[in-house]
Design a protein around this ligand. Structure first.
Ligand code: HEC
Length: 233
């Protein structure tokens, strides 16, 4: 009897070891990890990647101080990381129409998010949230950055739009800074604040505020654009 039980136990242990080692599920990445490596897979045009599109959008449009950052947590909602977005953001994977995170984008008056006077999400921004939830609300990332590309239109403006503009536009001037035009980005490039803030250099305020540092690749793109003359190219 005793012998049988131990055999059974040994069998269970073996089965468990096999089950764990044989399943090749994706290892979930933390936001910081993926931000540093910039994602591991090449991007598919059909997929909306959380780390590339969703997190930067929510971080710069919703997770600011006074709204859904780690300190204010308006209505208990904190939109600063994958874990917090899933646990507090009202996301029902696969069901955007039933997810508060998506529903609030289409409400009217002060129920709409981001609330007036902030601008409503554009259709393209709403589609990002919608499609990501529809595709299962995963914590995924892809590598969409190339240091060989460092023009204003091809690299710098997209970085500003994705990671910075939500907090730095004419109706939301964080620190009095606008990054929505070439001229204004050129100004903070010239006075050193752009590189200082994204490199987290001592003496500058670290940006993007409230989230991980940009990947090395994106920082290099901005640096190369500046070193090559901050052209409007
Ligand atoms: C969640 C909102 C938010 C995001 C996202 C954000 N910023 Fe800021 N930024 C602020 C606020 C608020 C300030 C003013 C901080 C202060 O004065 O304490 C600021 C200040 C700055 C400054 C002045 C820094 C200094 O040392 O004087 C620069 C430059 C800047 N941001 C650039 C950027 C860039 C570039 C990005 C994108 C990579 C970015 N920010 C993303 C909110 C944000």
């Amino acid at each position: 009897m005793k012998h049988k039980t131990s055999l059974l136990l040994a069998g269970m242990v073996l089965f468990f070891v096999w089950a764990v080692s044989s399943c090749k599920h994706e290892i979930p990445l933390t936001d910081a990890q993926t931000a540093i490596i910039g994602g591991t897979q090449t991007c598919s045009t059909d997929t909306v990647y959380f780390q590339n599109k969703v997190l930067p959008l929510l971080n710069s449009s919703c997770a600011m101080s006074g709204c859904h950052d780690a300190i204010t947590r308006e209505d208990g909602v904190e939109l600063t990381s994958y874990a917090k977005i899933i646990s507090t953001g009202g996301v029902r994977a696969g069901n955007p129409a039933g997810s508060d995170l998506y529903k609030v984008l289409n409400k009217s008056g002060s129920d709409r998010m981001p609330p007036p006077p902030a601008a409503a999400f554009t259709q393209a921004q709403k589609d990002i949230v919608y499609k990501w939830i529809l595709q299962g609300a995963k914590n995924n990332a892809c590598n969409d950055c190339d240091t060989a590309v460092f023009t204003y239109s091809g690299a710098v403006a997209p970085v500003m739009t994705t990671y910075c503009k939500g907090c730095h536009n004419p109706s939301s001037l964080g620190g009095g800074i606008d990054v929505s035009t070439y001229a204004s980005v050129k100004t903070i490039a010239a006075n050193g604040k752009l590189m200082g803030s994204i490199n987290h250099t001592a003496g500058y305020i670290a940006m993007p505020q409230g989230s991980s540092k940009l990947s090395d690749c994106r920082i290099q793109q901005v640096q190369k654009w500046i070193l090559s003359g901050t052209l409007n190219n």
